[in-house]
Structures are given as structure tokens and as C-alpha cells.
Design a binder for this molecule. Sequence first.
Ligand SMILES: Cc1cc2nc3c(=O)[nH]c(=O)nc-3n(C[C@H](O)[C@H](O)[C@H](O)COP(=O)(O)OP(=O)(O)OC[C@H]3O[C@@H](n4cnc5c(N)ncnc54)[C@H](O)[C@@H]3O)c2cc1C
Ligand code: HEM
Length: 414
Amino acid sequence: MLNQAQKEAIKATIPVLKANGVALTSYFYERMFRHNPELKHIFNQGNQHSGKQPTALAGAVLAYAEHIDDPSVLASALMGIGHKHVSLNIRPEQYDLVGQHLLASIGEVLDLPGDSPLLEAWALAYDQLATLMAGVENKMYRQTLGQTGGWSGWRPFIIRQKVQESAEITSFYLYPSDGGQVASFLPGQFVSVRLFLPEINLLQPRQYSLSNAPNGAYYRISVKRESGSSLRPDGMISNRLHNFTREGDVVELTPPAGGFTLKQDQPGPVVFISGGVGQTPLLSMAETVLNTHSPRPMIWVHGARNKTSHAFRELLNTWSQRSDTLRFFNFYEQPDEPLAPNPAVIPGRVDLHLIKAFIILPQATYYLCGPEPFLRQQYGDLIALGVKPENINYEEFGPQTLTLRQEFVVNEAV
Ligand SMILES: Cc1cc2nc3c(=O)[nH]c(=O)nc-3n(C[C@H](O)[C@H](O)[C@H](O)COP(=O)(O)OP(=O)(O)OC[C@H]3O[C@@H](n4cnc5c(N)ncnc54)[C@H](O)[C@@H]3O)c2cc1C
Ligand code: HEM
């Protein structure tokens, strides 16, 4: 247990963490991979290059220091990390090794002697956090394992079908190689997919949202090919999945995880707001609502470059013909054909102010998914239009680095 003096010592590091947290966690990862290169197989190397994972870890360490008096307020953040850890098969015994590197990094970056009281305080604080997190994660592992079709760790799946959904997005229908059932999941959850990348001689995991309603037999993921530029290489796993996998090939999957899920007990309207491939978790949510023949109105606002890059267009049209509770607004940034007058197809980027009469509804819940600038824009617009932050849910397709509630709601209160 940390005593009060140790808690104060941890709090005294807050300014350093605010100013240099990312430098510290970048140093930590570099040190850890140098000493334990086998861990490169577990960590997404793209997130290391972009700095997103060091940023997410720095945010978590800072939040922990800020709430060292009462870490229970971090419960929901810990659940988010827990979902990611569990989907990467992180085990309690790995906490010791990571802790050693983190503490050594704090000592080396801050130039502290080995017997420094500050290091001792951080060692205790780390143990306390590790115990908390391993506990949350163990519960998640047990829950999944206890389900019909549930499993733990990496399980081989056969790609039975590859279906092109748009110029850039392809769906993969994944069946367990052992012929068994698959665990059910909450609409909005994701799986981790693991492939070997010969070009870097590493196994690499990536997360993909399940893009259909649960069915017990197979999972469907829908992957956007990440194209590079003169400054950035092509995305490794997405391009490998698109270009090098064939029907019949095997990939490995962990069970579904994730906290961005449809709140099925709420009666009010559901408003989905997606940008590009951000539509995948929302497809699963919408299909689930349709399957239950719920009277809940659903409004789906989507932003795509144009009709050619608008994936699942045919499927969504079929759904809207089948249901009078589902309504679409599609924004096309660079229409590839003249747009006929149609209130549902709007040129330009998603602008919620233009359609506020249709989306600002009593008791509505909002689900947002898309690139970072898209999320920031839509979240800010919803707050400006009077939506309460507790009714807005969002998912980042990468390490969680956004703190939109703090950004917009605190600013509003000023
Ligand atoms: C919860 C969750 C759900 C997701 N769901 C989906 C989904 O349904 N569909 C989907 O398509 N994606 C989804 N993703 C994103 C997905 O996990 C991958 O991040 C995405 O496919 C890109 O992976 P990649 O290996 O192709 O790219 P990476 O190789 O990881 O590269 C990612 C980016 O980093 C850049 N980069 C990589 N290396 C370097 C370098 N050395 N220097 C400079 N830049 C570099 C690349 O150019 C690229 O822009 C989801 C992510 C999460 C966290
Ligand atoms: C107290 C200790 C730890 C903290 C505070 C922590 C924190 C985090 C955070 C904040 C994320 C990003 C989550 C997200 O946004 O989705 C993350 C992801 C991750 N963590 Fe941990 N973690 C800890 C321990 C561990 C351990 C012991 C391992 C085992 C090797 C581990 C491996 C990973 C991996 C592989 C990812 C995903 C990285 C990526 O996709 O880029 N973590 N962790």
C-alpha cells in the first residue's frame, strides 16, 4: 500500500509527465524492445512508428498519477485498456517484465539513483495498478471462455470468402479451422487478427471490428486497404490481407472484445455517424437492431469520398427498403457523378448542422466512428447542437488518444 508521502511523491511527478510523458514512454518502448525483441511480435509496430501507442500509454500513466488518491475513478479507462490487452492475449505474468522496463526508464530518464524514494513509490504504484488491471483482464478472459464457442488466446480461422465492398474495402468471412462454433459478441466489438509479415520477420496483430450481427458460425471483418504516400509506407496488414491472402488461407484470431457496444436496453432513437471504414462496428449494431424488429428509429449519417468508395451501399439500400425505421444521410466529399436532387445524398463533408432537424432527437444515443479529425468534428458539433456528452459514444481505430469529453465539455463550461 502506498503511504501518503509516497502518494505526494507520485503527484509531484505530474508536471514532468505532462511535459515529457511521451518522451518517457517512447524511451520505455525503445528500451523494452532492445532488451526483449520478442515483444515486437505482440505490439503493433505501425502504432510505434506513428507515436500513437507511446501517447496512449503516457496518457494512462498521467491519469493514474493524477488519480493516485482514488484510482477507482479510472475504472472505465481501465476497462478500455483491458479490452485491448485481452484481445492481444496479454497475461498477468507479463506485468513484471513490463514493470521492470517502465521503472528503469523512469530512473534513467529522470536520472534517479537506484534507491530513490520516488522510484520506490512508483514501484509500489505500478504493482497496485498491475494488480488492478490483471484482475479486470482475468474476469474478461473467464467470461469469454465460459461462453458457447468461447476460447482464449489465438485460434486459427479459415478465410472462406473474400468480398469486395468498395474500391478500398474488402470483407473477409472467417470460420474456425477446428469446425467449432464461435463465441457470440456485443455489436460494436472487435477481434484481433494476427499474421506473419515476412518483410519485417514479425508476427503482427491488428484489430478489426466485426461488421455483421452475431450468428454463432462465423465472423466477418471488413478491411480498408491503407495506401501509403511518398512520406508513408502502405499499411502492412491491410495490404497483406487484400493482396496476399486467398480463400482457404488461415489467419489467427482472439475472441471478440471491446467496450464500444450498442446499448440495447435504451428505448430512444439511435444515431450512427461514420466516416469511411468507420461504418464497420455500426453495421453490426444496425443489423442487430433490424434483426430484433425493434421499433427504435435509426438514423445513419455517413461520409465517404464518393459513390465508388461508399462500401456496403447495396446492402444498406436493401435494409432501408426492408425497414421504415432506418433512414440514411450520405455525404459525398468528391462526388464521382452529378448528384440528383436527393435530400439523403449531400455533397461535401459531413455537416451535422445541415441535418440537425433529423438527428437532434429526444432520448437519442449517438455512436461515432471514423478518423480522428472526423470524430473531433462530429463530437464538437453534437455538443454545440445541445447533445449531452453521456449520450455520445465513439471509437478510435487505433490506440485511444482522444479525450473529447474533456476537450469540448470543459471548454464549454469556461
Ligand atoms: C478497435 C479497432 C477496430 C478497428 N476496426 C477496423 C475495421 O473494421 N476496418 C479497418 O479497415 N480497420 C480497422 N481498424 C484499424 C486496423 O486495426 C489497422 O490499424 C489498419 O488496418 C491499418 O493496419 P496496417 O497494418 O495496414 O497499417 P500499418 O502498417 O499499421 O500502418 C498504419 C499507418 O502508419 C503508417 N506507418 C507505418 N509504418 C510507418 C513508418 N515506418 N513511418 C511512417 N509511417 C508509418 C502507415 O503509412 C499507415 O498510414 C481498427 C482498429 C481498432 C483499434
Ligand atoms: C500497468 C501496466 C500497463 C499499462 C498502464 C498499460 C497501458 C496501455 C494502454 C493505455 C494501451 C492503449 C490501449 C488502447 O488505447 O487501446 C495499451 C495497449 C497495449 N498494451 Fe498495455 N499497459 C500495461 C501493461 C501491459 C503489459 C504487461 C503488456 C504485455 C506485454 C502490455 C501490452 C500492450 C499491448 C500489446 C498493447 C497494444 C499496443 C498497440 O496496439 O499498439 N501492456 N496498454
